[in-house]
Design a protein around this ligand. Sequence first.
Ligand SMILES: NC(=O)c1ccc[n+]([C@@H]2O[C@H](COP(=O)([O-])OP(=O)(O)OC[C@H]3O[C@@H](n4cnc5c(N)ncnc54)[C@H](OP(=O)(O)O)[C@@H]3O)[C@@H](O)[C@H]2O)c1
Length: 399
Amino acid sequence: MGKALIIGAGGVASVVVHKCVQNPEVFEEICIASRTKSKCDALKQKLDGRKTKIQTAQVDANKTEEVIALIDEFKPDIVINVALPYQDLTIMDACLATKTHYLDTANYEPPDIPKFEYKWQWAYKERYEQAGITAVLGCGFDPGVTGVFTAYAQKHHFDEIHYIDILDANAGDHGYPFATNFNPEINIREVTAKGSYWENGKWIETEPLEIKRTYNFPEIGEKDIYLLHHEEIESLAKNIKGVKRIRFWMTFSQQYLTHLRVLQNVGMTSIVPIEFEGKLIQPLQFLKAVLPDPATLGPRTKGKTNIGCIFQGVKDGKPKTYYLYNVCDHQECYREVGSQAISYTTGVPAMIGAMMVITGKWRKPGVFNVEEFDPDPFMDALNKYGLPWKESFSPELVD
Ligand SMILES: NC(=O)c1ccc[n+]([C@@H]2O[C@H](COP(=O)([O-])OP(=O)(O)OC[C@H]3O[C@@H](n4cnc5c(N)ncnc54)[C@H](OP(=O)(O)O)[C@@H]3O)[C@@H](O)[C@H]2O)c1
C-alpha cells in the first residue's frame, strides 16, 4: 500500500522499523536513513527477508537539499522523522518541496536555546495546506497518545473537559546509577528547564522540579511525581475548548535527581560551549558521550511504565472524572523488538500515525497535532499493535 522514509536510527527509530515490518500490508517498502549509515544497515540486517522491503541511506537531515534528494530518489508517501528535534524544520522544508506527508514525535527546538515551542512548526500550516499535504506533529506517546486520549475523552465521555493531568511514570530499573531513557541531551534539557502549566488562559511558570506530589499508579504503585513543562500542554490548550487547567507530571527517583543536581552544579548540563584543549565543546554533548546509550538499556531494564491522562469535566450537566492509561513492561518490549519501553511507547504510536496517514484515515492538508484527528481508529490500533489502554471512572486525583 505505501512507502515510508524513516529518518534516524536510534532507540525510537529501531521500534518504528520493527513495527512497520510487522505491518507489511501498509508498509510495503521502507527506507531507513540516518547520519550514521552503519546503524541503518544493522537494523536492516536484523529484519531483512520479511515481507516489507527495506533499504538504507546516509543523510544529514540538517541539510534540506540532502533530504530532498533522498525523497526524490525513494519517493515515499510519508517521512517519519525520528531523528532529533533540531532536524524538524529542515525535514518539513524537504517534505514541502517534494509534496510528501510528514510526521514527527517531538517539536522543534533550536540547538542553542533550550526552549521547545510549536510556533516554528505551526508557521508551516498555510504552506502545507497549499501543497495539499499533511504534517502530523508530536506522534509519540507524550506528546502523541496523550493527545489522542484527550480527543477520545472529548468525543466519547465529556461535553466539556475542564482539567487535564498528564502522568508519565517509569518504574523501570536499568541498574546504572544514572542513565536517561531517551537521548540524554534532549532529556536533560527538558528536565532542567523551568516547569510550567496552563491555567485560566495563561502559562504559570515554576522553578525546575519545584512542584512535587506523590501518586499511587495502577500496576506500579506509589511514586514521586514532578511538574514539568511539556509540549502537548501548548497544543491541547489551543485545541480543547473550555479547558481550565493542564498539567504534566513525570516520576523521578531520588537517585536520578541527586546525580542530576551534581551534574548541574559542576556545569556538565550546560549548553554553552567551553574551550577544552584548544577545541570548543558543549558540556551537555560531552556528557551524552560518556553516559550509557539509551539504545543499550533494553536488555538491562526491568519494570513497567504507566503513562496516561486524568480528565475532569462535565457530561450531561454532571461532573465526571475519567482516567485513560497504558501500562507497558520493559522486558516484554525487549523480547518483542529488542528495545526498552520508553523507545517502544514512542515508536509504536509513530508507526500508527504514519499508518493513519497512508491509509487516508488521518489525511487532510495542513499542519496538525494529533488531537485534531479522529481518535477512534488510532485507539483501535493501539490495542492491536502493543499498547493496549485501560480506563477508570473513579481514579485517585492529583491535588
Ligand atoms: N513523544 C514522545 O513520547 C517521545 C519520547 C521519547 C523520545 N522522543 C523523541 O524521539 C526522537 C528520537 O529519540 P531517540 O531516543 O531515538 O534518540 P537517539 O537514540 O539519540 O537517536 C537519534 C537518531 O537521530 C540521528 N540523527 C541525529 N542528527 C541527525 C542528522 N543531522 N541527520 C540524520 N540523522 C540524525 C542520530 O544519528 P547518529 O546515530 O549518527 O547519532 C540517531 O540515529 C527525539 O526527537 C526524541 O525527542 C519522543
